[in-house]
Design a protein around this ligand. Sequence first.
Ligand SMILES: C[S@@+](CC[C@H](N)C(=O)[O-])C[C@H]1O[C@@H](n2cnc3c(N)ncnc32)[C@H](O)[C@@H]1O
Ligand SMILES: O=S(=O)(c1ccc2c(c1)CN[C@@H](CF)C2)N1CCSCC1
Length: 266
Amino acid sequence: MNGVQAVAKSYQLFNPRAYLQNNYVPPRADFSSEESVMCWKLRCLHEACAKGEIKGHNVVDIGSGPTIYQMLSAFEHFKEVIMTDYLEVNREELWKWLKNEPGKFDWSPYFEYVCKLEGKGEPWQNKEKRFREQVTRVIPLDIHQSCPLGKELASGSVDCLVSSFCLEACSPDLETFQKALENVVGVLKPQGHFLWIGALEESYYLAGEARLNVVPVTEEMVRAALGKAKCIIREFRTYSMTPAMKVGVDDVSGIFFVWAQKAANK
Ligand SMILES: C[S@@+](CC[C@H](N)C(=O)[O-])C[C@H]1O[C@@H](n2cnc3c(N)ncnc32)[C@H](O)[C@@H]1O
Ligand SMILES: O=S(=O)(c1ccc2c(c1)CN[C@@H](CF)C2)N1CCSCC1
């Protein structure tokens, strides 16, 4: 068994509800302070999208998992929103929320905060309804394939990619991380936008019975990987975790936010 196969095996134990509980339930997911990491992430995404350059027909979230928060700013600027994940259990969790079914996860604090950032006085329920209407597909993906989205989305067909905590969390080493980034960027149109959130210097995280290995990356490694993937960095921001935030569900040291653009065809 090679490294990618070992990662795939480890994900068979991934528990979406445990993962959501570990990372996205208040008070650990803190909205009481603008300085919290959750508010910082949502602000980074909002501020990049508010500049007005990131728009087009379709936006694809790479490795959605069971979460949608990462899309709450970008989706407003595209007609078609596509969520993706490697695991059927995560795609099922996304559909449970999209169909407003009993037992769905409560993302309302996230909608409320993004509406506050947008400052239009819009009820969060209106934004929630629009998001549900705009998500057209929830599809499988494998970032270790040269065409990560298979026949669903051809290379060079996507206006914007979003991804949060995926590439480093399913790559066994830096070489595989680099190749996965190039596979993902291959889906973008030339000059397409990439909004990328990830973990800095993390080596593992827990999701129920699953203990997932993470390839530890630094800001310099992420910058170098984007350069090799022929992406121009528009913005690179980092957030350092406080010791109090380290509660044993992972060993993440910080978070990065990147707004990048795929180079024009030359
Ligand atoms: C840490 S979770 C990120 C979830 C979510 N984007 C977030 O922000 O919390 C990593 C995700 O990568 C997915 N994954 C695992 N192997 C993958 C692969 N080969 N290709 C694409 N995604 C994969 C997992 O199913 C999981 O949902
Ligand atoms: O938004 S976070 O920075 C966050 C959110 C999700 C994850 C991590 C961190 C780190 N491990 C990742 C595994 F890939 C998943 N956050 C960490 C502090 S408590 C609220 C959630």
